[in-house]
Design a protein around this ligand. Structure first.
Ligand SMILES: NC(=O)c1ccc[n+]([C@@H]2O[C@H](COP(=O)([O-])OP(=O)(O)OC[C@H]3O[C@@H](n4cnc5c(N)ncnc54)[C@H](O)[C@@H]3O)[C@@H](O)[C@H]2O)c1
Length: 261
């Protein structure tokens, strides 16, 4: 219960890591969660299911494209009206489309920059506008190990995530005087996530010229601790960074990648 009485907003929480973080933050005592995504039905279902599992935690499931300035402002206003505060933002929404630079279309480049970087900026800005007068708050970006080291045939994703580190470090300085901490978490490969199951195994089989079945072993072999990253690995750090135990930590980016660099 290290997050008791907190109000948290998790973007991209209709599935995958964001959904897992919603359950964990409810379990850790959050009194309310704003859960947003572009998936209209799934976000309602997740909001309802989290509340059913943790009845003490109120949930508000809303459609919000993190690229849309007006939608971002609207959901934050609604949540603050309903819950009276916003203590934590987890900027989790993210997309990936792998391609070698000569094959990378401008639209795929822009899509990844807009969701992963501009979306983080818009959500952090809106959250900070609420947190500043409160005199407290925590912003966490779900970044990636590809935000700290270049990634083969992933130039747009890596560039957008490197940008997120610059944004994190800079706004940590802007917001420190107001008691708001800003940090990034850089997970390794979440091999059981929908992002991998749905598209990355296939994209990476093409990228490395390997059969799809060989990809998991190939990626596991690059991790000194010998396995893929799990939602729990990431959530453990997210809870710590969001809690008062991390009250002297801001402007940092932490890898959760089993020793992989
Ligand atoms: N899966 C991995 O291996 C991995 C590794 C490192 C970092 N990450 C990062 O973790 C975060 C979550 O990834 P995941 O694996 O859960 O992926 P995912 O694809 O399962 O979930 C991403 C969610 O974001 C939503 N989304 C997409 N575009 C959006 C938009 N414009 N506005 C709002 N929501 C949008 C999707 O609908 C989806 O629900 C991402 O930022 C990703 O870059 C993932």
């Amino acid at each position: 219960m290290r997050l008791s009485e907190r109000v948290a907003w998790i973007t991209g929480s209709a599935q995958g890591l964001g959904e897992a973080l919603a359950y964990r933050f409810a379990e850790e005592g959050c009194r309310a969660l704003l859960l947003t995504d572009i998936q209209v039905e799934a976000i309602q279902q997740v909001a309802q299911a989290v509340h059913e599992h943790h009845p003490a935690c109120q949930t508000l499931g809303r459609v919000c494209d993190v690229r849309d300035e007006a939608q971002v402002a609207q959901v934050v206003n609604e949540a603050v009206q309903q819950f009276g505060a916003l203590d934590i933002l987890i900027a989790n929404a993210g997309v990936i489309q792998s391609a070698e630079i000569t094959e990378m279309s401008l639209s795929d480049w822009q899509w990844q920059m807009e969701v992963n970087l501009t979306g983080y900026f818009l959500c952090a800005r809106e959250a900070a506008r609420v947190m500043k007068p409160q005199g407290r708050g925590v912003i966490l970006q779900i970044n990636s190990k590809s935000g700290l080291k270049g990634s083969y045939k992933n130039c747009a994703y890596a560039a957008s995530k490197f940008g997120g580190i610059g944004l994190t470090q800079s706004i940590a300085m802007d917001l420190a005087p107001y008691g708001i901490r800003v940090n990034a978490i850089c997970p390794g490969n979440l091999l059981d996530s929908p992002m991998w199951q749905g598209t990355l195994f296939e994209q990476y089989a093409r990228k490395w010229g390997l059969p799809e079945e060989a990809i998991r072993k190939y990626y596991e072999a690059q991790v000194p601790l010998g396995r893929g990253c799990t939602y729990t690995d990431v959530a453990n750090l997210a809870v710590f960074l969001a809690s008062d135990e991390a009250s002297y930590i801001t402007g940092e980016a932490y890898r959760v990648a089993g020793g992989q660099l």
